[in-house]
Write a protein that binds this ligand. Structure first.
Ligand SMILES: CC(C)(COP(=O)(O)OP(=O)(O)OC[C@H]1O[C@@H](n2cnc3c(N)ncnc32)[C@H](O)[C@@H]1OP(=O)(O)O)[C@@H](O)C(=O)NCCC(=O)NCCS
Length: 243
């Protein structure tokens, strides 16, 4: 749950991020950094479709198998991304400083009549960002959104070998039913409260602000890099000019 102290600390973290240039190859450094207090998870709209596709296409075959339940080929992933219904469903994402989508979740609402109160959760985190709690945080965020939307049952289909996903579900209190190589997890959601609604609003605002700062920081550092290139070219040209 959010409190004022966490929000202030998270804002300071975002400020520090702004001053850190996104050098190539700093993913290792990011890996060993402490897990942030507040993970900015934002709701993704249709204009994020290309980045969603890049994120999913970057997954290796075994991760695609775990995510979709079959070894999804590139065309199947592209068809899935094309078919995402941003009006009906909710897609959540976590961006890094380079504006790469490093984790995403799909909360799919049941469309057949009589199943309005059900939704299915699917998630993926790039290997370099795993073990930092992003999967669990995306699940919490999706569960809170579903609660606020009047969903009473959240459903996760996972392969029985998927220890991390089943741990996330069990930690959240879901009932897991194993059927051979496949497992289904069911989480009964409580009724929405003013607190759950306000918390979601604040989290979304924090995430939108974090994203805007990342966009500005990226533009700032690329502007600086351009300036440095111009300066370097000018110095080289001067050095080549005969006295
Ligand atoms: C499943 C997945 C989303 C987990 O993401 P993540 O960000 O690494 O997960 P978290 O860091 O939030 O960890 C969640 C829990 O699982 C545990 N966990 C993580 N990896 C684990 C593993 N390989 N084996 C056992 N437990 C594991 C963590 O310790 C944590 O439990 P804890 O809070 O009790 O310590 C990620 O591994 C992934 O993208 N896999 C490929 C796609 C996929 O399987 N999607 C799920 C099917 S819809």
């Amino acid at each position: 749950m959010l409190d004022a102290t966490n929000i202030i600390k998270a804002s300071l973290e975002v400020g520090r991020e702004f001053l850190r240039p996104p050098h190539e190859g700093d993913d290792t450094a990011e890996k060993v950094r402490a897990i942030p207090l507040l993970v900015p998870i934002r709701s993704l709209g249709v204009n994020h479709r290309t980045r969603i596709a890049s994120h999913l296409l970057s997954l290796e075959p075994h991760d695609r198998y775990l995510r979709f339940g079959y070894m999804a080929q590139d065309e199947q992933i592209l068809r899935y991304v094309d078919g995402l219904d941003f009006d009906r469903d909710e897609i959540f994402g976590i961006y890094n400083r380079k504006l790469e989508l490093i984790a995403m979740a799909h909360l799919a609402y049941a469309s057949p009549a009589g199943h309005d109160a059900c939704a299915e959760f699917g998630v993926s985190v790039v290997p370099a960002a795993r073990g930092r709690g992003y999967g669990a945080r995306l699940f919490e965020r999706a569960a809170m959104h579903a609660t606020n939307d009047g969903v009473s049952l959240l459903f996760i289909h996972a392969l029985s070998e998927n220890a991390a996903m089943l741990k996330i579900a069990r930690n959240a209190g879901a009932r897991v039913e194993r059927d051979g190589t496949e497992s289904e997890a069911f989480l009964h959601l409580p009724q929405a409260t003013l607190d759950s609604q306000v918390t979601e609003l604040i989290e979304e605002q924090v995430a939108q602000t974090d994203y805007r700062i990342k966009v500005q920081a990226k533009q700032f550092w690329s502007f600086l890099a351009d300036l440095q290139n111009i300066r370097r070219d000018a110095i080289d040209a001067q050095a080549r000019t005969p006295p």
